[in-house]
Write a protein that binds this ligand. Structure first.
Ligand code: ZN
Ligand code: FE
Length: 267
């Protein structure tokens, strides 16, 4: 299912892991970078099959389904491990925080780090241009296609702030998140916004992809802005639905967001 080409352009590939994780692989020629390898086996198989050298491992946050394979891959390949400064990781060579930049020389790719706490306290994202006109963000479990991560270690206000940073990225930015939760998210989003035509269109195309066993990712920031309720707490239709669900007036973006998050948790 996963196919890597020996190309001089950067190829972006979501490699399925566990039941619904994706490990993003950036490859160019025979070199590779992986993001959030929760397990080593699918990546080791890929490296072997396509004779790739693993240069770097990028980590967004400390959860086991994102770091479970890091130690084994590090030991097998000697790849440089990048990760959030504020979290305890199995191994991290280069701890990163907001504003830090990393240069992946073999890919001619610079990535900028964003602090996006909420799902975990030290969660980070990596943003950069994988081709001159192709920005991409690796955002772990913070922004999902049609949804967002649960608040395990942060507050609604932190998450609203973190999502606001992602919203400011260029509309065409590829959203490379770490789980295939899209259908479940969109099914719920349709309850929030039953009259959003872009959402209905997205639901149909996502279903078609899943019917074929294909990933619904990457998404784009533009598509998320049109269809993801969590990015639009101030939109009247979204706020009204959240108020109806909560059964009380919600007077701020954070209050609407918190209600949406609770609503989704309960579906
Ligand atoms: Zn997580
Ligand atoms: Fe996860």
């Amino acid at each position: 299912m996963v196919h890597i080409e020996d190309s001089e352009r950067i190829q972006l590939t979501p490699v399925p892991a566990f039941s619904d994780n994706y490990i993003w692989v950036l490859s160019k020629g025979r070199r590779a970078v992986v993001v959030d390898p929760g397990e080593a086996a699918p990546i080791e198989k890929l490296l072997k099959e396509y004779q790739l050298t693993l240069d770097s491992i990028l980590i967004t946050h400390h959860h086991p389904d994102h770091v479970g394979g890091v130690l084994q891959l590090k030991q097998a390949t000697g790849a440089t491990v990048y990760g959030p400064l504020g979290e305890t990781l199995p191994v991290c060579d280069v701890p990163l925080k907001e504003g830090d930049e990393i240069a992946l020389d073999a890919f001619n790719l610079d990535l900028t780090v964003l602090d996006i706490p909420g799902h975990t306290a030290g969660h980070i994202a990596y943003f950069g241009y994988i081709e001159p006109n192709t920005p991409a963000v690796f955002c772990g479990d913070t922004l999902f296609a049609g949804g967002c991560g649960r608040l395990f270690e942060g507050t609604p206000a932190q998450m609203v702030n973190s999502l606001a940073k992602l919203k400011e990225l260029p509309l065409e930015t590829l959203v490379c998140c770490a789980h295939e939760y899209t259908l479940s998210n969109l099914r719920w989003a349709l309850k929030v916004e039953p009259d959003n035509p872009a959402l209905h269109k997205r639901w149909e195309s996502a279903q078609q992809l899943r019917d074929k066993g294909l990933p619904t990712l990457p998404s784009t920031i533009g598509l998320e802005l049109e269809t993801n309720p969590f990015l639009r707490p101030l939109q009247e239709t979204v706020a009204q639905s959240a108020q109806n669900w909560a059964g009380r007036p919600l007077t701020s973006a954070v209050a609407v967001f918190a209600s949406l998050r609770e609503w989704k948790n309960n579906t």
